[in-house]
Design a protein around this ligand. Structure first.
Ligand SMILES: Cc1cc2nc3c(=O)[nH]c(=O)nc-3n(C[C@H](O)[C@H](O)[C@H](O)COP(=O)(O)O)c2cc1C
Length: 402
């Protein structure tokens, strides 16, 4: 499929394409945030508020967007965040998204809540796959599950630690969307309005795999969530603490990160506990509606942890210039979940790849405009008249000189 045929010149085009294709409840589930959607808007607003200056007469003919994360070369400083819903936007969506990431040469995170078994994603997609863990109330079940994750061959583990209780997403209540799907007349009406999705996703799913379900869950937990007990406790525990993180750290042989923190205090504890990195994230605005944008807390987190751990950021990046802005503020890598979901909804693996291609092309373009040949050269000198949460370039230079 050519770019013109898909009609996607930017991430927003893919979002609009997904909107046309997906039943309303599913589109809103992917697109929306919590409560009034303030955090979703602020995540974008934070990126948009930063202005960057170009530099002229710099030879950038040898530039590259390549960098590394945990010793592995990546095509650009970008990776795919975990989302438990790839399989509902496109049949086998999680495999398609992971294949797109492998083809592009960027990491992709497989979610505990995936609708495709982790082993199948590993086998069919390959590439640099990370695993995202939600800890269940039954800790022994979680620990046994970790053995399965290890056996599947993942090297990098990301434990999601935000959202101890279920989010307040009012559009889901209104449009009748839930996972697992409960087929109400309201949902049926939405499905009938999108016959292409019914053929391309729903029919394929039922013919080949049966009802949508969280395929990584142990059978006893699966039975609970498909029954009438929809307690959020079955998805994520509200009693998890640093003790659990220590226990997992002690049994996990590879890199371990926690995802969902928004403060330098938590990042410092993560560092002191010996983790390899943190993912600053407000879950794409899907939990705390009055949360700051991760971009806004990034500079203070980087200042607190220095270079001792990897600081990754997600929530709201939609342009290559956003990636460059986050790197300039101290991020090692930027992630997002929605863009490749929208891409997969638009055109499966091709659409997910298109999302990555857009990020790469835009990152390359803005690096050239700013006079950078390497990702490592990107720094806060690019900002013009920055807001007060952005470190002044003079401060950064004097810190570097010390
Ligand atoms: C539909 C959807 C499902 C998600 N599922 C998970 C999940 O299972 N585990 C998790 O840690 N984060 C999950 N997230 C959050 C993403 O990992 C990520 O933090 C978020 O998408 C970042 O926002 P952005 O995509 O707007 O940049 C989900 C996000 C979306 C949109």
């Amino acid at each position: 499929m050519t770019r013109d045929k898909l009609g996607a010149y930017n991430i927003e085009d893919l979002r609009q394409n997904a909107k046309r294709k997906l039943p309303r409840g599913i589109f809103e589930f992917v697109d929306g945030g919590a409560e009034d959607g303030i955090a979703v808007k602020n995540n974008r607003g934070a990126y948009r508020s930063l202005k960057i200056k170009n530099r002229v007469l710099v030879d950038v003919s040898g530039r590259s967007t390549e960098t590394e994360i945990f010793g592995k070369k990546i095509t650009m400083p970008y990776g795919i965040s975990p989302t438990g819903s790839g399989g509902i936007v496109s049949y086998g969506g999680e495999i398609e998204i992971a294949k797109a990431a492998a083809k592009m040469g960027v990491p992709c995170t497989v979610a505990t809540n995936a609708l495709t078994p982790m082993e199948e994603i590993c086998e069919k997609a390959g590439g640099d796959l990370w695993f995202q863990l939600y800890m269940w109330d039954d800790r022994e079940m979680s620990m046994t599950f970790m053995d399965r994750v290890k056996a599947a061959g993942f090297e990098t583990l990301m434990v999601t630690v935000d959202g101890p209780v279920g989010p307040n997403r009012e559009y889901n209540y209104r449009n009748g969307f839930s996972m697992p799907l409960h087929y109400s007349p309201r949902l049926f009406a939405q499905l009938l309005a999108k016959p292409e999705w019914c053929v391309r996703v729903l029919a394929q799913q039922y013919l080949r795999r049966g009802a949508f379900k969280k395929e990584n869950y142990p059978p006893e937990l699966s039975r609970k969530i498909t029954g009438s007990d929809l307690s959020y406790k079955h998805v994520k525990s509200d009693s998890q603490s640093w003790d659990d993180i220590r226990r997992i750290r002690d049994m996990w042989p590879g890199n371990m990160l926690i995802k969902g923190l928004q403060s330098k205090e938590d990042a410092v504890i993560a560092m002191e506990e010996g983790l390899q990195g943190v993912i600053l994230s407000n879950h794409g605005g899907r939990y705390v509606d009055c949360a700051p944008a991760p971009l806004q807390v990034l500079p203070e987190v980087r200042a607190a942890v220095g270079d001792r751990i990897r600081v990754i950021i997600d929530s709201g990046a939609r342009r290559g210039s956003d990636i460059v802005k986050a790197i300039a503020l101290g991020a090692d890598m930027v992630m997002s979940g929605r863009p490749t979901l929208w891409g997969a909804a638009a055109a499966g693996e091709t659409g997910a790849y298109r999302a990555l291609e857009i990020f790469r092309e835009e990152t390359d373009r803005i690096m050239a405009q700013c006079g950078f040949n390497t990702v490592e050269e990107i720094g806060p000198q690019i900002f013009w008249n920055p807001p007060n949460w952005v470190p002044r370039i003079e401060e950064s230079l004097s810190a570097a000189a010390e």
